[in-house]
Ligand binder design. Structure first.
Ligand SMILES: Cc1cc2nc3c(=O)[nH]c(=O)nc-3n(C[C@H](O)[C@H](O)[C@H](O)COP(=O)(O)OP(=O)(O)OC[C@H]3O[C@@H](n4cnc5c(N)ncnc54)[C@H](O)[C@@H]3O)c2cc1C
Length: 354
């Protein structure tokens, strides 16, 4: 079916959210222009490795053919089935899953990055990019300008190494106050980063992370350091005004661990549906996005209050489970009704927890 191109849609910001919106709008017959303040796609990013998670949304990516209207197989990515968790004073534990926990993608302007792939799809659909250009956000159709205020800070380093591919999660306030640090190695390149909440007493927590892995005997060279931040808002309960604000600019973010890419993509798809008059589909996506954002907020509050002993307890549960991904999925799939039902069940069966 040939769909007539009948109107022009202006998007500000050529990140994941903006390009996902553009791809879908274009498929729905709109003519799209993206205004990007930088000189090229991905140049606002640091070339780090990031993960497209497989647990927050109801759509399981394991057998997915598409993700938010984009061919999933085409995305340059690496499935991650296992990672190590490090807690100070405890032997690192390996967590394994039969389904990928997440898919590693490279961010930035390299030709094999996720950003470059999305740009290629945009090009194939005749989406027009205007670089080195800002646009009055108030008169745009979509604001996809990324992080605007800091809910969390990120300090990281790109590394070179001969070590084999592997992923590590490092917990503890000396490495990431109220957050977590991670080391990802893929094909000789890697990212070592810490995502944390700042306080008056916070020194740069990246250095203890570097020392920690070096002391364990990890041999790597630092190519470049970077600093960034992540934004998060709870969903607004009052009306949505023009422009539709998506991705991190709209606070679409996983507040627990900062897995914002899929949130950005779904919010881009939401905007495309909304601006194409497909309100039914738009409402379904928006509902799920808002539910997941709220859950991530509560999960975050719980996470921040975990003692070291409770961390150990949970890491052990993950290690022993043969389906650890399901634990994560359950953590993002609860509501008060389900909790009350499960309490009723435990009462019925007279199970008591000390
Ligand atoms: C270090 C780091 C690690 C992360 N790790 C993960 C991870 O492992 N998994 C995950 O899911 N998420 C991760 N995230 C979060 C994820 O990267 C973001 O949530 C996601 O990229 C947000 O997409 P976006 O399109 O909203 O913003 P961006 O991808 O940041 O794009 C915004 C674009 O808008 C442009 N722009 C800004 N202002 C203007 C303007 N006025 N005019 C024109 N253009 C403008 C910017 O240059 C940029 O190109 C990480 C974030 C960081 C910083």
């Amino acid at each position: 079916m040939i769909v007539a191109k009948y109107s022009k849609t202006n998007i500000v910001g050529a990140g994941i959210a903006g390009m996902t919106a553009a791809i879908n709008l274009s498929k729905f017959g709109k003519s799209v222009i993206i205004y990007e303040k930088n000189k090229s796609i991905g140049s606002s990013r640091d070339g780090d490795y990031e993960g497209i998670e497989n647990w927050i949304f109801s759509e399981n990516l394991t057998n997915s053919k598409t993700l938010c209207g984009i061919e999933f197989n085409g995305i340059p990515k690496y499935p991650i089935f296992e990672f190590f968790v490090h807690l100070n004073g405890v032997k690192p534990l390996k967590i394994k899953s039969l389904e990928p926990f997440f898919y590693l993608v490279k961010r930035g302007d390299d030709s094999d990055s996720f950003d470059s792939y999305l740009a290629e799809v945009c090009d194939s659909l005749n989406v027009k990019f205007l670089f080195n250009k800002t646009y009055d956000i108030n008169t745009a159709d979509i604001n996809a300008t990324g992080s605007n205020h800091a809910a969390a800070y990120i300090r990281g380093a790109q590394i070179f190494t001969d070590l084999p591919n592997q992923v590590h999660l490092l917990l503890g306030k000396e490495f990431a106050p109220m957050g977590y640090a991670y080391l990802i190695i893929n094909d000789g390149l890697g990212t070592l980063a810490t995502a944390f909440k700042k306080s008056n007493r916070t020194n740069d927590p990246l250095n203890p992370c570097i020392d920690y892995f070096k002391n364990l005997g990890f041999d790597f060279e630092i190519k470049e350091k970077f600093a960034s931040r992540g934004s998060f808002n709870l969903p607004k309960i009052w009306g949505i005004k023009k422009p539709i604000t998506i991705g991190e600019a709209g606070g679409y973010q996983d507040y627990l661990f900062g897995f914002g890419m899929r949130m950005a993509m779904y919010s881009g798809l939401y905007a495309a549906y909304k601006l194409s008059g497909k309100n039914y589909q738009a409402n379904i996506i928006n509902h799920e996005l808002n539910v997941k954002r709220r859950i991530s907020y509560i999960n975050r509050l719980l996470f921040e209050n975990l003692s070291n002993d409770k961390f150990k307890y949970w890491v052990n549960i993950f290690e022993k489970s043969n389906k650890p991904l399901n634990i994560l999925r359950t953590a993002y799939d609860w509501n008060w009704k389900k909790i009350i039902k499960s309490i009723k069940l435990t009462n019925n069966y007279a199970i008591r927890f000390s």
